[in-house]
Design a protein around this ligand. Structure first.
Ligand code: F6R
Length: 244
């Protein structure tokens, strides 16, 4: 595991984007695992900029997203499909058919989970998986639990997660109660994992994830078993590393 700490979030965003851009330049048909939420927004902006400057093409890239809310239509402003369109896909030359997000509107959820796992297999191994970190240690929407799922599954979002995501909605009631998430097995299967963590509120949980026992109660702690994890944090998370 390699840990890099940055003086500010802007620097961190640029480096996170540079990891993915370097991969795509070296391997134009790379498979990227992507996340939503506030963490990747700055990195996606840098990726869009690089495309607009003509220094990269995504025309052969394939993407798979970690998760989607159950019950939000693809054109709902807070659906993760919509997030990906507005933050990244609409501004680069990626082929729409090469972008994959679970369908949270599926009537048969079990069938949708199976379909998404088939989609994941068809793309081949994810070259780089971008991950944010939930306040409770979730990655994707794999919430702390007595056991974790290997495959794509429906999750009941924990009150803490719904509360954290309330900021994107008008009220807590509007935050979906369920989501579909890529399983831990699929996440850990990625060749490289880029875990990006910002803000003092995540310092304690990052410490538990990186240095605590490996436990299903802190899903991110399973990353300790992965051979190639790059952790990017800002000073607020790792003040010790920034202050020497
Ligand atoms: C989003 C996802 C989540 C978020 C996490 C952190 O696709 O999988 O695990 O990365 O909830 O969210 P933010 O970045 O909003 O703090």
């Amino acid at each position: 595991m390699i840990l890099h700490c940055f003086k500010n979030a802007a620097e961190l965003d640029k480096v996170a984007a540079d990891f993915m851009l370097a991969l795509v330049r070296a391997k134009p048909n790379a498979v990227l695992g992507l996340a939503t939420g506030s963490t990747p927004v700055g990195a996606y902006q840098h990726m869009v900029q690089a495309y607009q400057q003509g220094t990269v093409s995504f025309s052969q890239v394939k993407t798979v997203n970690l998760d989607e809310y159950v019950g939000l239509a693809v054109d709902h402003p807070e659906s993760y499909r919509q997030f990906m369109q507005t933050q990244l896909f609409n501004h680069i030359d990626i082929k729409p058919e090469n972008t994959h997000v679970p369908n949270g509107m599926a009537t048969d959820i079990a069938a949708e989970c199976r379909r998404y796992d088939d989609v994941l297999s068809q793309q081949g191994t994810v070259d780089m998986q971008f991950l944010g970190l939930g306040l409770n240690g979730h990655i994707g929407f794999n919430e702390p639990n007595d056991s974790l799922s290997r495959f794509t599954h429906q999750v009941t979002l924990q009150p803490e997660t719904r509360l954290a995501n309330q900021r994107f909605f008008n009220s807590l009631d509007e935050v979906p109660t369920h989501a579909l998430s890529m399983g831990m097995g699929s996440i850990l299967h990625a060749k490289t994992i880029l875990l990006v963590v910002k803000g003092a509120s995540k310092a304690a949980i990052l410490d538990r994830a990186l240095n605590g026992p490996i436990t299903t109660q802190v899903p991110a702690s399973l990353l300790q078993m992965h051979p190639r994890v790059i952790v990017l944090t800002d000073c607020d998370v790792s003040y010790k590393c920034c202050n020497g």
